[in-house]
Design a protein around this ligand. Structure first.
Ligand SMILES: *[C@@H]1O[C@H](CO)[C@@H](O)[C@H](O)[C@H]1NC(C)=O
Ligand SMILES: *[C@@H]1O[C@H](CO)[C@@H](O)[C@H](O)[C@H]1NC(C)=O
Ligand SMILES: *[C@@H]1O[C@H](CO)[C@@H](O)[C@H](O)[C@H]1NC(C)=O
Ligand SMILES: *[C@@H]1O[C@H](CO)[C@@H](O)[C@H](O)[C@H]1NC(C)=O
Ligand SMILES: *[C@@H]1O[C@H](CO)[C@@H](O)[C@H](O)[C@H]1NC(C)=O
Ligand SMILES: *[C@@H]1O[C@H](CO)[C@@H](O)[C@H](O)[C@H]1NC(C)=O
Ligand SMILES: *[C@@H]1O[C@H](CO)[C@@H](O)[C@H](O)[C@H]1NC(C)=O
Length: 644
């Protein structure tokens, strides 16, 4: 336990924001003593060996930062458990049998476990609450634990969370001893697609094959502590539009009280605006002629909010996303102009960390490659990232289309080999939980300026078809967030809900066109014509760049199209991008999503290989082809627009 504390302190020392009153002496002694070591993953990235035992030292909540915080990432105790009943007898005060890196997926090499069927697990660590925090509330944050977490502090149950992609914060003040060691134990249950479970899982499966991948269990994003006054700010809803209007709600721990809050908008140290408003209720104010945020000019402004003795740092960007008619065609409109949104299907998988990127630098590398090629968007595909990902998109200028993580695909059976078993769709309770988690997604992420669209269903996965739940879910999303577009169904079962008429077709696009194929719906001219997926062409690579798992290698020839050489792949890419450009010129195509950023496991169809060491793209050609799409779109933008 003492050694684990050393790890904690070294993580803390790495953060510029750590409380200066802490004694960080001896922080280096802990590292070599930890029993943790990473396992060899089936493929490494250039960042695998840089992870070490102080992963993800960055403050993980960029839009609500307090100065007093401690990172609890590092080496924790770990023990496999055999059933849900284990939660009844927490191993309080015991040394667990193994060690694990937090944050990581238990199935990943970086975790040091590389487990399979890690359905039930215990995690343990200890931490010291600094004396300087003695008159404050101690908040314990888990940024993502897949799927259910029960947290014990010093043997007492302190909280429970369900949902694998979202932050939960526990006020643990009553359970901790200030100035002393405190034990945190976390019991995790992650069924993924075991048995009859129908829960949001995205691409995870216990039986990986082709387009479905290794699951991620456990604490896969940062764990951290912070100190805050008794009445403190819990969440900022912050929207700033192209007219300079800021609409804000400052949520607080005293949910039913109304207290005065003071907001300041800064630009490089200069105060642009100071405004007072009430807590827990929306209020508005204006900033005079702000520079607007867009992919071409990703301008951000810092925001400080004070309430009593609580003070938090945040930021925003001024922009408006809407739907409007330009030259007779329904279009996505950014800051009053048609924006052709062109991005990749971005799955956020890593061969060494699976759901957890090895480092922030690695995560941002992918985004920089896209930005450099001229993409102005990413579709974050049925996964949710750390908030630092969305901050990077805000800073780089990449629009984000954010998918809700899907339920298990309905076409997949309990036993994939048994064609007679019926599809698994959510029952009423599972559907209600899906809707609840959709609310959680939107509430946590709706203040990131780069997010412009929410996606509810992907290709019918988990989409009930005997009634059309996407209509009520779309209303629900619009109510929670009236400032974004909603792509209710990307691909397959479109019944007219939401802002997009979104087709998936491989390899060639059918974007806003008068032709379509059997698995998709005709283009509907009352909504935005969009190509939610196309491309997907691949080329095999040598074993050093492949996910070295025989079952995955055996699925490579299920890739939509395999080109013998990278030159052939670029030839085909050019052809497919030219086809999309032609559809922009002739028909009603407002954007597209190329499959995909990188290879993932047995899928060899990325712009880059899974290890990020080979770029398939001919950069000059791709830059020209992508610019050609924007030019074609601009030529369709030259008449007055009417908002709708
Ligand atoms: C965890 O326990 C389950 C059975 O309870 C077993 O199937 C699995 O292999 C174990 N995993 C690890 C990583 O020990
Ligand atoms: C401000 O945001 C809230 C939701 O957070 C919304 O209900 C309200 O309509 C918005 N007000 C304005 C003026 O945009
Ligand atoms: C806030 O008010 C509601 C409605 O009166 C009540 O149900 C709830 O318990 C109150 N919450 C707190 C934290 O006081
Ligand atoms: C916002 O604050 C960060 C951190 O202090 C600083 O690096 C950045 O330059 C600031 N940006 C603006 C626009 O003031
Ligand atoms: C695909 O590859 C596997 C193993 O590499 C092979 O057994 C199978 O015959 C191939 N299928 C096709 C359609 O080429
Ligand atoms: C892809 O390359 C790997 C490694 O050389 C090889 O084992 C596999 O059979 C190849 N698959 C196909 C479909 O070409
Ligand atoms: C828009 O139309 C005007 C007049 O027809 C023309 O002068 C201008 O070059 C056009 N702009 C674009 C971007 O096509």
């Amino acid at each position: 336990m003492v050694l684990l504390q050393g790890v904690l302190l070294s993580a803390l020392a790495a953060t510029g924001l750590a409380s200066p009153s802490l004694d960080v002496s001896g922080r280096n002694s802990a590292r070599q003593a930890a029993g943790y070591s990473p396992k060899q993953p089936p493929l490494k990235t250039p960042w695998t060996d840089k992870v070490g035992t102080d992963p993800w030292p960055e403050h993980p909540r960029p839009q609500l930062q307090r100065s007093q915080w401690q990172n609890l990432n590092g080496v924790w105790g770990y023990q496999n458990a055999s059933s849900l009943d284990a939660v009844q007898s927490p191993p309080v005060g015991q040394k667990l049998g193994q060690e694990v890196l937090v944050p990581s997926c238990l199935e990943s090499g970086l975790s040091g476990i590389q487990g399979v069927y890690t359905l039930y697990s215990w995690f343990s660590n200890s931490f010291k609450v600094p004396d300087a925090w003695k008159d404050q509330q101690v908040l314990l944050n888990f940024d993502a634990v897949d799927y259910e977490a029960t947290v014990f502090i010093n043997g007492k149950k302190a909280g429970f969370n369900r949902g694998g992609y979202y932050r939960f914060t526990l006020d643990v003040t009553q359970y901790v001893k200030v100035g002393q060691q405190n034990e945190v134990l976390v019991f995790v249950h992650d069924p993924t697609d075991d048995g009859d479970y129908v829960i949001p899982i995205g691409k995870q499966t216990l039986r990986p094959s082709h387009i479905f991948y290794t699951p991620c269990s456990g604490i896969w994003q940062s764990v951290w502590l912070e100190a805050a006054p008794k009445a403190h700010i819990t969440k900022l809803d912050l929207d700033a539009n192209m007219d300079g209007q800021v609409n804000m709600t400052v949520h607080t721990s005293a949910v039913n009280a109304t207290q005065n809050v003071v907001v300041t908008v800064h630009d490089n140290g200069k105060v642009l605006k100071t405004h007072s408003g009430p807590s827990n209720r929306p209020f508005q104010f204006n900033v005079e002629s702000p520079e607007l945020w867009s992919p071409d000019s990703p301008r951000l402004y810092n925001v400080t909010v004070k309430m009593g003795s609580d003070k938090v740092q945040s930021y925003t960007g001024f922009r408006t996303i809407a739907k409007g008619t330009v030259d007779g065609v329904v279009r996505p409109i950014l800051n009053g102009e048609f924006v052709f949104m062109f991005g990749t299907l971005d799955q956020g998988y890593w061969p060494d960390g699976l759901y957890t990127p090895p480092t922030k630098e690695a995560m941002v590398y992918d985004l920089k490659v896209l930005k450099e090629l001229g993409f102005n968007m990413v579709r974050k595909h049925i996964k949710v990232e750390t908030e630092l990902f969305y901050q990077a998109c805000d800073e780089l200028g990449l629009l984000v289309i954010q998918d809700m993580p899907s339920l298990r695909p309905s076409q997949r059976k309990t036993n994939p080999d048994d064609c007679s078993s019926s599809p698994i769709l959510p029952d009423d309770q599972q559907q209600a939980e899906f809707a609840r988690q959709l609310d959680v997604l939107i509430n946590q992420f709706k203040s990131f300026p780069s997010i412009v669209t929410w996606v509810i269903y992907n290709e019918g996965w988990g989409q009930i078809t005997d009634y059309h739940p996407e209509f009520e879910l779309t209303d629900r999303v619009k109510q929670l967030d009236p400032t974004r577009l909603v792509d209710s169904t990307t691909g397959w079962y479109d019944h007219g809900a939401g802002d997009f008429s979104d087709n998936h077709h491989y390899a060639n696009p059918q974007c806003g066109t008068p032709f379509y194929s059997a698995s998709s719906s005709p283009y509907d001219d009352t909504r935005i014509g969009f190509q939610g997926e196309f491309g997907g062409i691949g080329s095999n690579v040598s074993i050093e760049h492949l996910w070295n798992n025989q079952a995955a290698i055996d699925t490579i020839n299920q890739t939509y199209e395999i080109d013998e050489t990278i030159d052939a792949w670029n030839y085909r890419s050019h052809f497919l991008l030219a086809e999309l450009q032609d559809q922009v010129k002739r028909f009603a195509c407002s954007g597209g999503v190329w499959t995909q950023t990188t290879d993932v496991e047995g899928e060899v169809n990325g712009l880059m290989t899974y290890d990020r060491r080979i770029k398939r793209v001919d950069e000059d050609q791709w830059k020209k082809d992508i610019q050609g799409l924007y030019d074609a779109a601009l030529a369709r933008s030259n008449t007055t627009m009417s908002a709708s």
